[in-house]
Design a protein around this ligand. Structure first.
Ligand code: FES
Length: 125
């Protein structure tokens, strides 16, 4: 039997939304903040250097609707939303959560900004 291609253990959705200059709304990638522009590359490079890219798949995504807490990224499975990211925080998340299996709770979005999901079956018309 041919072994199947293993599915990824994690997907990491990094918000790459960038607001045009002059927009009052905050965005996860900002022209005034060089580090914010480097975070996705840093994430991908760190996963590569640790040899776990593939089983951990970094995905560039649009706005995840938590712009005030940006830069943000969502780790799946688990619905874990990490906020106010820096390169150092990403390194810790990779080591402690992705490899170590322990969520870095200091960097997780506050509960009042990330309430329980409403099941679509309750909302569907
Ligand atoms: S711009 Fe990143 S969450 Fe909205």
């Amino acid at each position: 039997m041919i072994p199947g291609v293993p599915q990824p253990a994690f997907y990491i959705f990094k918000c790459q939304q960038s607001a045009p200059p002059g927009m009052p709304k905050p965005s996860c990638v900002s022209q005034n903040d060089p580090e914010s522009q480097q975070l996705f590359q840093h994430l991908a490079q760190s996963l590569m250097m640790k040899g776990i890219i593939g089983t951990v798949q970094p995905i560039q995504t649009g706005c995840l609707n938590r712009c005030q807490q940006g830069p943000v990224m969502l780790v799946e499975p688990g619905h874990t939303m990490y906020v106010e990211l820096t390169k150092e925080k990403i390194d810790r998340i990779i080591d402690e959560h992705i490899i170590g299996g322990n969520i870095v709770s200091e960097y997780v979005i506050p509960d009042e900004m990330w309430g329980e999901a409403i099941p679509p079956s309750q909302m569907a018309k």
